[in-house]
Design a protein. Structure first.
Length: 245
């Protein structure tokens, strides 16, 4: 079945599934809402902190905006992860074996969509904050570099949660993966490599370098993307194991 046919067949179903679920609707809007909150809230907070404590928060704006780089693919992945959980519980995935759409084809669609959504939402949300200046092409590179996190989070839920309750618990625990790249901002570069064990570090570091106009960014793009794709591959193997039990 061709990609266009798959999108036409499954796209409307996914949209209806998200529209029916209040939590998923809220998650879809979260990156834009966070970007607007940063746009309106950070300058006010920065002015107050500067006036009262003589601390300039302007150098920390890239760090603050990098939260958008982290949250956007995570949100896209979590939405797809919960859809996968629902369809696994409904045995929709098992029913695919007797349809023209194979399970690998279905998973390819399922994992490609959050990556695309993640890239688009990153390109929209980061400029919406109004806190950093980064060109369209560098920002697109950041969005592409962060996009493998979306299927990684989706498969994390689908492969390790038995139901939605466990999915919520895993989603909350996965939020801890966003802390290492934030901590990396405050430590010397040599120690930042330790944070590279966590896949969320690489797109954030790439964003910092490109936003600052520094060199060496291509290494973080290549290594980080390859590492994230490796994580996605391992998660996919785990998911396939769970599916064939």
């Amino acid at each position: 079945m061709k990609a266009v046919a798959v999108i036409r067949a499954l796209g409307p179903i996914d949209l209806k599934s998200v529209a029916r679920d209040a939590m998923l609707r809220w998650l879809v809007a979260l990156p834009v809402l966070m970007a607007l909150l940063l746009r309106w809230g950070v300058p006010v907070a920065a002015e107050r902190v500067s006036r009262q404590y003589s601390i300039d928060l302007l150098p920390y704006f890239p760090l603050i905006v990098s939260i958008i780089v982290l949250v956007t693919p995570m949100v896209a992945g979590v939405v797809i992860g919960f859809l996968l959980l629902d369809q696994r519980d409904d045995r929709t995935l098992s029913a695919l074996q007797v349809t023209p759409l194979t399970l690998p084809g279905y998973l390819a669609y399922r994992l490609a969509v959050p990556m695309l959504v993640s890239v688009v939402m990153t390109v929209i949300s980061v400029p919406l904050t109004g806190l950093v200046r980064i060109g369209p092409l560098p920002l697109l590179l950041v969005g592409v570099a962060a996009s493998p996190l979306a299927p990684a989070f989706a498969l994390l839920l689908a492969a390790f949660a038995n139901n939605k309750v466990q999915g919520f618990a895993i989603m909350k625990a996965a939020g801890a993966l966003n802390w290492p790249p934030i901590i990396a901002w405050f430590v010397p570069t040599v120690w930042q490599w330790v944070m590279g064990v966590v896949p969320t570090y690489w797109p954030v570091k790439l964003f910092w370098l490109l936003e600052a106009g520094e060199g060496g960014w291509w290494g973080y793009l290549v290594v980080g993307t390859a590492y994230q794709l490796l994580v996605v591959t391992l998660m996919l193997r785990r998911f396939n194991t769970v599916m064939h039990r």
